[in-house]
Design a protein around this ligand. Sequence first.
Ligand code: TRP
Length: 380
Amino acid sequence: MKKEEKNVKITPYEVEGSLSEKDYNNLIKQFGIQPLNPELLNRIKKHTKDLHFMLTRGIFFAHRDLNWLLDEYEKGNKFFIYTGRGPSGNTHIGHLVPWLFCKWLQDKFGVEFWFQFTDDEKFMFKHDLSLEEVQKYTYENMLDVIALGFDPKKTHFLIDTKHAGIMYPEAIKVAKKITFSTTKAVFGFTNETNIGSIFYTSMQTVPCFLPSVLKKKNIPCLIPLGVDQDPHFRITRDILPKLGYYKPAIIHAKFLSGLKTFGGKMSTSDSDSTIWVTDSPEEVKKKIMKHAFSGGRISIEEHRKLGGNPDVDVSFQWLYYFFEPDDKKIKQIHDDYKSGKMLTGELKQYLIDKINIFLKEHQKKRELAKKQVDKFIFKI
Ligand code: TRP
């Protein structure tokens, strides 16, 4: 293996500190996933008319079986989308990246959206969390999903402990086909791992085919996810054909960087590295100004002379991934920062304003969401 082809350590339960572009390329090889190429983007565009910036900017960067999914769609076999959240804490900006993309998919393809809240998973994997705490976070996280504007008629929340009655009979069919040695190899489990954790991946598989069970016909499934979740679905994709269902198609996103180090996954345990969706404008300002890792120079003189480096600048990345969808504006910011015309303080202020405009609206919508929760929870 060449030096630059080092393996990246990444599973749903362990993500390496910092991921560079090279690491994402290595992950493509390591996971055996396909890069999202221009032909495929054009194929999507035929149906959607325009392309979401998360596709054109490579934030969604890889896939499994997307061509097959589009073949089926073109034959009139409409897919549904599925993603989820392990409610181990409040929602931060990083969580919203794949969810916002799901909203775009729902609008463009008019598809059903299934969202799983894995309270069982977080209870079993996080030693310090009680089931009550996890359920409180489930409720808080639901508000954030609803606030993004999904269509309540086409969006269905599954909460593992609440929907156990319909999920468990399907989960055991999956579990019967997974050996302990497979889960050890995929997730790094040991003899000390609690037995609930070992079973869990079968619960995450259920929403891939539950709609097919309910409708009594095979429906293709597309899963937008952060790339760390792919290992679960490698197991799923092995098993579902054996149960008579389609393998789910997948589209993989990169991680929005935490504030303190460029490329690191945003950590929920370090509040200074994260912007929570409930943060006040003052908190946003303080965190970005104080902690957002900068690709700027040490002095204004040097910055003006040599220019900054947007490629390692967390504020720039946050604009690129989420807060500045306008391609012309993002290019201008990139060029001005790189040439030294734009200073770090100005870049940060631009981001702070964008975040605060977004959060003001989001916080209003998540208040209104409190009255809508019941409409989103799946009823048989
Ligand atoms: N395991 C995921 C987490 O820890 C939650 C999840 C469940 C999920 N189903 C999913 C994520 C499907 C992506 C796609 O957050």
